[in-house]
Design a protein around this ligand. Structure first.
Ligand code: ADP
Length: 449
């Protein structure tokens, strides 16, 4: 708890107006989190700012509360908040609506996969805050259904993702269209120096940076472990853990949509209350899945990295990295789906024998030491026939290669074992001029010497 909230501070002292404070009280927030206490006054002061704080520490309210305070009632489209996923945009809109219940300020969500007509209508109704994903925002802008003429605030949530290669051009495009003098706020849990430099090119020179991250990028309340497992044992291990832990709610992250689907089917066959989410599902289905999650009707969500960032669902007790992510930053975001707002959580990663380096990279970036967990009562299965056969095929090829090398003679004798050398020169006399290191493996003739 102490890591996230400082109980000596209160929201009142941050300078927010009463109608906003009423919303905070209704949400049950007693004390500002560290990032809220630090970021809110800077945003209220009118400065551009980059905010970095660990996952689950209340960044959404940290940028939303000052907007609710500062945006004016009769100024539609005064603030734009961009997010990388539709789910995150939906969630932020809903949090703003709750926090802003006692203010005249409304947020509208502009995302792909949903009716443009409704979105156009809510803009026409005068929403002051627009939350959305870059594609649909550009689309509505192109159709002149939204404009940035009144824009006073531009916020990028998950800024490192927004400025990486997939979104960068869209973001540049959108930000370059804001001609009005405005304030820029960027937040994220992860941000390397290169992204920060790039982010600053969109900000005023005196932009501040507020960070509440010290030590590791992950919160202490999350119990991080890795479990060593062979690829063919992963499914059984997952089932074994679910059976034993009886977690309240688990998110299982997989690398591909195909694996998400396969694992969902597997768990469903085992009678687990499971749902899946990935980018190939229609938006209405994605929304339904998120709704059931929030209502606690799902025991296990199997997800692609679509769900890795920003999603805030209470009571996710366990995150399982069924596939370890290649990108260590994704790891930080995935495990941040648990242990939110000062709660406890478990994040366990399946690591196959060849993934040692990947795990080390994750430890280096996150600054967390991830210990091994030998999960009780799990018996590894036999090596499957196809894997065994493949292994035998590879061994055979390797043996054949070595035999060929011996027959035809290598270009260099360097690096050959004693056995290989004595197989090549059965008399035991190894030519002294052949392939020593200095000759670079080339045989020099006596004449040239
Ligand atoms: P982040 O964006 O940093 O990952 P969120 O903004 O999603 O985190 O917040 C995580 C959770 O903490 C949310 O459920 C939010 O409602 C809750 N929360 C935010 N601020 C406070 C606070 N001051 N007190 C209690 N809970 C809070």
């Amino acid at each position: 708890m102490s890591e996230t909230f400082d109980k000596t501070r209160d929201f009142k002292s941050l300078g927010l107006r009463d109608s906003v404070l009423k919303g905070i009280e209704k949400m049950g927030f007693e004390h500002p989190s560290d990032i809220q206490a630090e970021l809110i006054p800077v945003i209220l002061s009118g400065k551009d700012v980059i905010g970095q704080a660990k996952t689950g520490t209340g960044k959404t309210a940290a940028f939303s509360l000052p907007l609710l305070h500062a945006v004016e009632k009769n100024a539609p489209m005064s603030a734009l908040i961009l997010t990388p996923t539709r789910e995150l945009a939906t969630q932020i809109t809903s949090e703003i609506d709750q926090l802003g219940e006692f203010t005249p300020i409304k947020a509208t969500c502009i995302i792909g996969g949903e009716s443009m007509r409704k979105q156009k209508k809510s803009v026409e109704d005068g929403a002051q805050i627009i939350v959305g994903t870059p594609g649909r925002i550009m689309d509505l802008y192109g159709r002149k259904q939204i404009h940035f003429n009144n824009l006073k605030f531009a916020v990028l949530d998950e800024v490192d993702r927004m400025l990486d290669i997939g979104f960068r051009d869209d973001i540049k495009n959108i930000l370059s269209k804001i001609k009005n003098e405005h304030q820029t706020v960027f937040v994220s849990a992860t941000m390397d120096a290169a992204i920060e430099r790039l982010a600053r090119t969109f900000m005023q020179e005196d932009a501040e940076k507020v960070t509440t991250i010290s030590g590791s990028l992950t919160v202490e309340m999350v119990d991080q472990k890795y479990i060593h497992v062979q690829p063919w044992d992963k499914r059984r291990l997952l089932m074994h853990i679910l059976k034993n832990e009886k977690p309240e709610m688990t998110v299982v992250f997989c690398k591909t949509k195909a694996t998400v689907h396969k694992i969902t089917q597997y768990l469903r066959d085992k009678k687990v209350g499971v749902r899946e989410i990935h980018g190939d599902l229609r938006q209405t289905k994605r929304n339904r899945v998120m709704d059931s999650m929030r209502k606690g009707h799902v025991d296990v969500l199997v997800a692609s990295d679509l769900a890795a960032r920003g999603l805030d669902v209470e009571h996710i007790t366990h995150v399982i990295n069924y596939d370890l992510p290649e990108d260590p930053e994704i790891y930080v975001h995935r495990i941040g789906r648990t242990a939110r707002a000062g709660r406890r959580g478990f994040a366990w990663s399946f690591v196959t024998p060849e993934q040692g380096q990947l795990l080390t990279n994750i430890e280096i970036l996150s600054g967390a030491h991830i210990e091994k967990l030998d999960y009780d009562g799990f018996e590894p299965g036999p090596v499957p026939k196809d894997v065994r056969e493949q292994q035998e095929r590879e061994d055979r090829i390797q043996r054949q290669r070595e035999a060929d090398k011996v027959r035809t003679g290598p270009r260099s004798l360097d690096g050959l074992s004693e056995d290989q050398l004595s197989a090549m020169f059965p008399g035991g006399k190894i030519p002294s001029g052949a392939g020593n290191k200095r000759s670079g493996g080339r045989l020099r003739s006596k004449r040239r010497r």
